[in-house]
Design a protein around this ligand. Structure first.
Ligand code: PXL
Length: 301
């Protein structure tokens, strides 16, 4: 797995979301990454005042230009929070040129509302990206926007979730992972649909009442890791659910400002162990001591 996965997402200084949330998880799953920054922000936009925001479109296009000239190979392209339609089309052109599978988290909104700075023109451009995606990972707000359906909250019957997944696949994406779904008040998880096999399944775990930042970014990164390491998503989803729920419990126990993001650090070692069991990771790449300890018989002094 030496070809890097391109991670096109924002860099927010304060609050672990987007790139900051994704990179440690991808590293724990042994994935090489190439960063494609989309926007620079002093913090995420979900609750901090006076956020400094710098659109990085020019830089993004210059990054892609250099990568073209280097004739660098990549494994896939993962997209998250983007600045606007111009970035979407630059990314889409690059993916087409390099024949890269697109894994698209269509970050646009939550709880029935578009995030500040996004409009219907962006939604339309996002439909275009989704039509070319191998995997799309919207929450229910983003799914409603993409499908031009009314948003009816997060608590939905299974049959409606399946209908939404099938309609999203109808836009062109091969696989659909709907995040933040609830079929009961105290549960939360995913609905997953594979248009090639026609299989549909729901995975849910216990839901905590608090709002956590960056959980969607964690799910997206781990789903991308599974794709790169050729682990079927049906097998990866229980692992993701388990990792996220243990991390959320640690976040609550720590008692810090929830805007800082999910405290998943205590669970990274377990993530690597669990993921390794699923992925047939090459045994030659296992961690090993660079300077093996001398056996007791030869120990110095
Ligand atoms: O986690 C999604 C996300 C990504 N990037 C920025 C955000 C958010 C959610 O609030 O503000 C900048």
């Amino acid at each position: 797995m030496t070809k890097p996965l391109i991670v096109a997402n924002d860099i927010a200084g304060l609050g672990k979301v987007a790139t900051a949330a994704a990179l440690p998880l991808l590293a724990a799953c042994q994935i090489e990454t190439a960063l494609l920054p989309t926007v620079l922000l002093s913090s995420h936009t979900g609750g901090f005042p006076d956020v400094y925001v710098e659109d990085y479109t020019q830089g993004l296009q210059a990054f892609l230009q250099q990568w073209r000239s280097l004739e660098q190979d990549f494994s896939a392209l993962l997209t998250g929070y983007l600045a606007g339609p111009e970035q979407l089309s630059s990314i889409l052109d690059f993916a087409k040129e390099k024949n890269l599978p697109l894994l698209a988290d269509p970050v646009m909104g939550d709880k029935g509302r578009l995030y500040h700075g996004f409009d219907q023109q962006y939604v339309k451009a996002m439909r275009q990206l989704v039509s070319q995606a191998h995997l799309v990972l919207p929450n229910l707000t983003e799914a409603a926007l993409l499908l031009d359906r009314p948003y009816s909250g997060e608590l939905l019957p299974e049959a409606v979730l399946e209908e939404i997944c099938r309609e999203l696949a109808g836009l062109g994406a091969k696989q659909v992972l709907l995040t933040g779904v609830q079929t009961a008040e105290d549960q939360i998880g995913f609905a997953y649909y594979d248009s090639e096999t026609g299989s549909f399944c729901i995975f849910q775990g216990s839901r905590l009442p608090q709002h956590f930042y960056g959980t969607g970014d964690m799910v997206t990164a781990l789903a991308a890791a599974a794709f790169i390491q050729k682990v079927p998503l049906e097998q990866m989803l229980p692992l993701i659910l388990d990792f996220v729920s243990r991390s959320l419990l640690s976040t609550v126990e720590r008692g810090a400002d929830l805007r800082l993001g999910v405290f998943y650090q205590p669970h990274l070692a377990q993530l690597w162990t669990d993921f390794q069991r699923l992925a047939a990771v090459d045994s030659r790449c296992q961690p090993r001591l660079k300077h093996p300890r001398p056996s007791l018989g030869h120990a110095a002094g």
